[in-house]
Design a protein around this ligand. Structure first.
Ligand code: NAD
Length: 497
């Protein structure tokens, strides 16, 4: 059986002594490949390759680095069908959803093509007599990315295109659940002309992650995944002197105001809650309805649509939802649905018993809808990361906003309304990093930065956009005097001003 290895110094490799783990097709439950789990030595080999490649890459003109990205973008587009097929085979998402993911990743590559402009720095002439001063953005060195299963193509591309154009070299540790798309993308980078060693991939688990966090040569770590691991990466990475950005989990609320365009809201919520089986950090998993009238209308409209979601293998693009990632995830989600019902939520649509004909061993969960959910319930508090939407009823917008502010996560949120004043108040005051007004998945475009608040992000800088330049560079300010003839300063013991 094929073993997905690593990409180190431009070559794919698998160390026979390293353990392996099964890779599944979640739509069928079949083992399709093995993935190599890098040992400490294997990860150190990748870090050494990145470290060796740094001096030359750092001094490559920014425009030449950007040109690699131009070629890479073209190769991603030419190979889109193959990448999407790999995503669907190992993640399970429907093919057109995979294309959406890839497109969002390509957009960051396009943004990275403009890095020479963003790296120009700041210059001030005559800050003192014959003294000029400038601030430049210098590359950090070896940086690492550790990424989750749910966007195996897009999330790595939130990181490495910007890191590379800034002059860094990179070690990526993708999710061991769906490693093939990142490996193929790594090959495309090589074809685009990236020198060997500048971009490396190690597949693996905690052993690989801990090696990255402990190695002194790694200057910065970007992480995206669940909150407990994000917090671990942030504390361990910063304790070891690294710059860290760690994006964590989410529980994204939408508020439905009584004046909302309900049909528009229902359509938007169907995609936002059930698209990709709810396995998105920006999925809407709670709807807070202001007033019983709005709640009754919403639930009545959602119920038949949730019950009739078309679910099956992601290779069939007429399906709206594929399977969840693993058997364990399927069982966990079903267990949470049971717990929600036991705690008194009204289970309006129950997806626990779904069987997809011809795919009896696939990890499917049907669309699920709860009404009358309250803040003390586990289905309200936890990130379910499955196709489960919880409706909560409140009397006022203030009550809805307080609920959102009190939640541990603050990734995304959305308000459905026709009232501009309410919308403005909401976006100004809500304690969440990414806000939508009648836009259910307010995922910032590549030239803005992506990141949540509260326990959805550990660190100060978000992913891609302008924050990426700051994260992947270190500022250096140079003050320089070239005395002109005849201008000589005497001794001066006071602080220069
Ligand atoms: P995860 O935290 O289990 O894994 C993420 C990465 O961490 C993987 O590469 C994994 O190998 C590694 N890892 C797992 N356990 C580890 C451990 N004990 N020590 C060290 N490393 C470990 O997350 P996941 O299940 O792959 O992804 C889903 C989660 O990611 C959800 O919580 C979702 O909200 C979150 N996510 C967040 C964003 C965001 O932008 N905030 C985006 C996508 C996904």
């Amino acid at each position: 059986m094929q073993v997905v290895g690593h990409l180190i110094n431009g070559k794919q490799s698998h160390n026979q002594n390293d353990p392996t783990q099964d890779v599944f097709n979640p739509a069928t439950g079949a083992v399709t490949k093995q993935v190599s789990l890098a040992s400490k030595e294997t990860v150190e080999e990748a870090i050494a390759a990145a470290d060796a490649a740094f001096p030359e890459w750092r001094n490559t003109p920014p425009m030449k680095r950007a040109r690699v990205m131009f070629r890479f973008k073209a190769l991603l587009e030419e190979n889109a069908a193959k990448i999407c097929a790999l995503l669907t085979d190992e993640h399970g998402k429907v093919l057109d959803d995979a294309m959406g993911e890839l497109t969002r990743g390509i957009e960051v590559v396009e943004f990275a093509c403009g890095a020479p402009q963003m790296l120009k720095g700041e210059h001030s002439k005559n800050v003192g007599p014959a003294i000029d001063s400038w601030s430049e953005f210098q590359a950090l060195g070896v940086v690492a990315g550790i990424t989750p299963f749910n966007f195996p193509a897009m999330v790595p591309m939130w990181m490495f295109p910007m890191a590379l154009v800034c002059g860094n070299t990179f070690v990526l540790k993708p999710s061991e659940r769906d490693p093939s798309a990142p490996m193929f993308i790594g090959e495309l980078l090589k074809q685009a002309g990236l020198p060997d060693g500048v971009f490396n991939i190690v597949n693996g688990d905690k052993v690989a992650v801990d090696t990255i966090l402990e190695d002194k040569r790694v200057q910065a770590v970007s992480f995206v995944g669940s909150t407990p691991i994000a917090e671990y990466i942030y504390s361990k990475g910063t304790a070891n002197g690294k710059r860290v950005q760690a994006l964590g989990g989410a529980k994204n609320h939408a508020i439905i105001m009584p004046d909302a365009d309900m049909d528009n809201a229902v359509n938007a919520l169907m995609g936002a809650a059930y698209g990709s089986c709810g396995e998105r950090c920006m999925a809407i998993s709670v709807v807070v309805c202001v007033g019983d009238e709005a709640a009754d209308e919403l639930v009545a409209k959602l119920k038949p649509q949730v019950a009739s979601l078309k679910i099956g293998n992601g290779t069939d693009t007429s399906n709206e939802m594929g399977p969840v990632i693993t058997k364990m995830a399927q069982e966990r989600i079903k267990g949470l649905i049971t717990q929600g019902a036991e705690q008194g939520a009204n289970l309006v649509v129950d997806g626990r018993d779904l069987v997809v004909e011809g795919h009896e061993n696939g990890y499917f969960v049907g669309g699920t809808l709860f009404d009358n959910v309250t803040q003390d319930m586990v289905v309200y508090q936890e990130e379910i990361f499955g196709p489960v939407l919880c409706v909560v009823r409140v009397d006022t917008m203030q009550e809805a906003m307080k609920m959102i502010d009190d939640h541990e996560f603050g990734n995304g949120t959305c308000l459905f309304t026709r009232d501009g004043e309410a919308a403005r108040y909401f976006s100004d005051n809500i304690k969440v990093g990414m806000v939508g007004i009648n836009v259910p998945l307010p995922v910032p475009v590549a030239y803005h930065s992506f990141g949540g608040w509260k326990r959805s992000l550990f660190g100060d800088l978000s992913a891609h956009g302008p924050d990426a330049i700051r994260f992947y560079t270190r500022r250096k300010t140079v003050t320089q005097r070239w005395p002109s003839s005849g201008v000589r300063e005497g001794k001066q013991f006071a602080f220069p001003s």
